[in-house]
Design a protein around this ligand. Sequence first.
Ligand code: FNR
Length: 380
Amino acid sequence: MLEDQPPEFPVSYEDLKKRAREELSDEAFAYVVGGAGSESTVEANDRAFDKWQIAPRVMRDVSERDLSIELFGREYPAPVMLAPVGVQSILHEEAELAVARAVSDLEIPMICSSVSSYTIEEVGEELGDGPGWFQLYWSSDRDVAASFLERAEEAGFEAVVVTLDTPKMGWRERDIELGYLPFLEGEGLKNYFEDPAFRNRLDGDDPWENEEAAIASWQECFGDASLTWDDLDWLRAQTDLPIIIKGVLHPADARKAVDQGVDGMVVSNHGGRQVDGAIPALDALPDIVDAVDEAVGSDNDVPVLFDSGIRRGSDVVRAIALGADAVLLGRPYALGLGIGGEDGVRAVLENLLADLDLTVGLSGCASLDDVTRSTIRRAD
Ligand code: FNR
C-alpha cells in the first residue's frame, strides 16, 4: 500500500548511492562502492542480470506466497541474507550492532565478518535468538583461525562462511588513491585486537597501546595464500558448525569442494573487489549448480548460495531461477547503514523483501519451488 508521503529513505539502489555520495566521507563511499582495478567486474555483475529475462505466467493463484527456505536445519522467511561486510564502523558508529538489531526482528541471517568493528561476542549478543553466521578470513596463524572459530561457536553463530577468494586484498584503486584502508587503523581491527590468540603474537604488548606493531602483525597473518583443498580437513576438525565456502566461480572448484565434504558454497566474485575482469558471478552460477548436482547425487544436498550484484527483487528471482538456494546482499545494506544506521538497514531490507514478494507473485509463482529455469529465458 502506498503511503501518502514519499518515503524518507531512498528506495532504488541508484538513489541510495546518490544519497551516500552526499552524506558519507570520500573514504567511506570509496570503500563501499569500489572494486578491483578498472571495476569492470563490478559493472559486469550488474549487466549480467539483464541477460536473463523473466517470462511471467498468469492464472496460477498467487494470492498466498511462501518465500521461506530451509538451510542447515533452520527455516528462514526469505532466501536472502546479509553478506559479510568488514569494518562497518567506517560507515556508522553502531556498525554491526545496528545491523544485528535490524535483522534480528526480520529473522534474516546476518553474516558477521572476521574484520567486524565490534567483537564476535558483542555482535552475537546483539543478535540474541536472531540467526547469525560467522565469516572467517582464514588466518595464516592457525591459532588465530582456531580461536575465531571457537569464539563464533560459543557466541551462538550457526554456520561458518570461509572466504577463499581473499588470501590477500585485491588491487582497489579508489582506496589506494585516497591513501586509506579501514584495516589500517586499530578501530577496524577490534575483533583481532581482543582475540587471545592474536594477542599472543604480540609478546605481551597491548595492541591498543602499540597500534602500529599490532597492525603490522595483523597484515602478516590476515590471510594464507598457501592454502590448498587438503587444508579443509583441518578446518573441519576445528568446528562442528556447517562449513560454507565463499568465492567459488569455477565448476571444477565446485566439484572439488563437494568431494572435500563442504556443507555449502557461495558463488561470488566478492562484488568485483578481488579480480578485475573476473567472470560475473551470475554467469558462473548455472554451470556450478549443474556441477554440484552431478557431484552430490540425488540423496544429498549441498546448498549453493549466490552474491555479487543483487540490488532488487527481480535480481533475486533470476538468481533463484538459475539454481541458487538463497542470495547474499552486500553494498545495498552497507549504504543503508551509512545513511541511516539501524533504520537504514531495515529500510533497505524491507524494500527488497516487499519487491521480491511482489515480483515472485507477478511472475506467476506461489513459492520458490515454482521459480525454475523455465521462469526465465536468455535475452536475445
Ligand atoms: C565486502 N565483502 C566481504 N566479504 C567477506 O567475505 N568478508 C568481508 O569482510 C567483506 N567485506 C566487504 C566490505 C565491503 C564494503 C563490501 C562492499 C564487500 C564482500 C561481500 O561479502 C559480498 O561478496 C559482496 O558485497 C557482494 O556483492 P554486492 O552485493 O556488494 O554487489
